[in-house]
Design a protein around this ligand. Structure first.
Ligand code: SF4
Length: 448
């Protein structure tokens, strides 16, 4: 049995997992791939004390730690009865004696499918975060990659009742014929637990049977055996977050390196899987220009990506940037610009780097890409409307019609969205049949 690429110190398994043969088989598969891990069975009532004892409620951005421990695993079951999830989550929160934060709803089995619309109540572009409204699929929450800027360490929650999950997903697809592509996952790197977890293969085979729907797997991992072994490439897209060599080695130490991610993409492409790259998040380290050129050259000489997306590091203030990334590794000019813009960017989602810095990064990437490929679609990801005003003409897209790595309408081979994604998603915003979505702290979730 090939071990995982990281060594979880402990694996907690919900007692009810052992009562379901298919779920138990998944748990046993993961346990067998972690020979050093201590395995503990837990009940829901145990969880609040486990969270406090493990410190999962106080896990910081990983770059702030001198030694980053590998995450433990928490294997549970997705629940599809919202009232039951609410009741479990409420009892967990009530019993919790700490004062940090923890995704109790996910631990309670909630949030298998969430509706994302850039943190807005309505379906319209968020001026600070142009993205695509859509249902997103979740396997759990947490990541082993140890990226300096990320706080998803400490524990990986993964639910293991995949057959039930796929039954519920089939209903969701039927109710949302407008949504052609389905991102899985944006708060967990699913391939890192594969093929032992064995959720990817069943999902890929399910999507292949749908004919016109596509599974999008978002990853930084080079661990693609599970995808290849599924032998169902037709309706799967893999979108790699790809970074330059310095960033991948020193700021994302648990991921595949730039070269390893590209080679994983080569394998997937050869197997018939559509591949895409998001240069995200681009961190302006001292060598970022050369690193960008090398990463682009490698990606475009070794693969034929369906599209490319660009995002500079954002979603934090400059103080947070400097606490999780050693300022001495950053391009001094960009660091100085971020410091100088701190007051103006206070509370702004695209912080810490000001518009002019991010624009320079994107122009550099675009030039590097166009030297190798005149036609591959290149678009912005989760950027501001102002950035679209600066670069839209050069990219050849608008905020409405761009295709991207995990956008709901971006099917393989499509060069431009034919319809507005905000109009397309409208049926999901209304009560359709017996399903609606409602807003909760962690996003929108399905209600019946
Ligand atoms: S690739 Fe598209 S849909 Fe995915 S996060 Fe970026 S802008 Fe949003």
């Amino acid at each position: 049995m090939r071990p995982l690429d990281f060594a979880p110190p402990r694996i907690y398994v919900l007692d009810q997992v052992w009562q379901r043969p298919a779920a138990a088989r998944r748990a046993e598969g993961v346990i067998a791939a972690c020979p050093e891990a201590e395995v503990r069975t837990f009940t829901c009532a145990d969880l609040p004390d486990i969270v406090v004892a493990e410190g999962w409620d106080r896990f910081p951005r990983m770059g702030t730690l001198d030694n980053i421990p590998p995450p433990s695993l928490l294997l549970g079951l997705y629940q599809f009865d919202p009232a039951r999830v609410d009741a479990i989550a409420k009892s967990l929160r009530t019993a919790y004696q700490g004062s940090g934060s923890f995704p109790w709803n996910v631990a309670a089995g909630g949030g298998a499918f969430t509706f994302f619309c850039s943190a807005l109540q309505e379906l319209r572009p968020n001026p600070e975060h142009v993205c695509r409204p859509q249902w997103r699929l979740h396997q759990g929450r947490g990541c082993p990659h140890q990226c300096a800027y990320c706080g998803l360490g400490g524990v990986i929650i993964s639910h293991v009742n995949t057959e039930e999950y796929i039954d519920q997903l089939a209903l969701l697809l039927r109710r949302n014929p407008w949504q052609k592509t389905w991102l899985y996952d944006d708060v967990m790197d699913v391939p890192t637990l594969e093929p032992q977890l064995d959720t990817l293969g069943p999902l890929m085979r399910f999507f292949e049977q749908t004919g016109d729907r596509y599974l999008i797997i978002h990853t930084k991992s080079a661990r693609v055996d599970g995808l290849l072994a599924a032998d169902a490439p037709a309706n799967t897209i893999v979108a790699w977050s790809l970074s330059g060599a310095t960033q991948s080695r020193h700021l994302e130490p648990g991921t595949g390196t730039t070269e390893e991610r590209v080679e994983a993409a080569v394998q997937c492409q050869q197997a018939g899987i559509t591949v895409r790259f998001k240069f995200k998040p681009i961190i302006p380290v001292r060598s970022w220009r050369r690193d960008a050129e090398q990463a682009v050259e490698l990606a475009l000489s070794r693969t034929r990506p369906d599209n490319l997306s660009l995002t500079a590091l954002m979603w934090m203030q400059v103080e947070q940037l400097e606490s999780c990334i050693d300022p001495s590794v950053l391009d001094p000019e960009f660091l100085q610009a971020a410091r100088a813009a701190a007051a103006d960017l206070r509370g702004v989602r695209v912080a810490p780097f000001p518009h002019a810095c991010r624009e320079r990064i994107y122009r550099h990437y675009l030039q590097a890409i166009r030297r190798h490929d005149a036609n591959v679609p290149v678009t912005l990801c989760t950027e501001s409307l102002d950035m679209w005003k600066s670069l839209g003409a050069e990219l050849g897209y608008t905020p409405v019609d761009y295709v991207c790595g995990c956008g709901a309408g971006a099917t393989p081979g499509l060069r431009r969205l034919p319809t507005s994604p905000w109009n397309d998603a409208r049926p999901a915003a209304e009560a359709t049949g017996d399903a609606v979505f409602v807003r909760q702290a962690e996003g929108y979730v399905m209600r019946r």
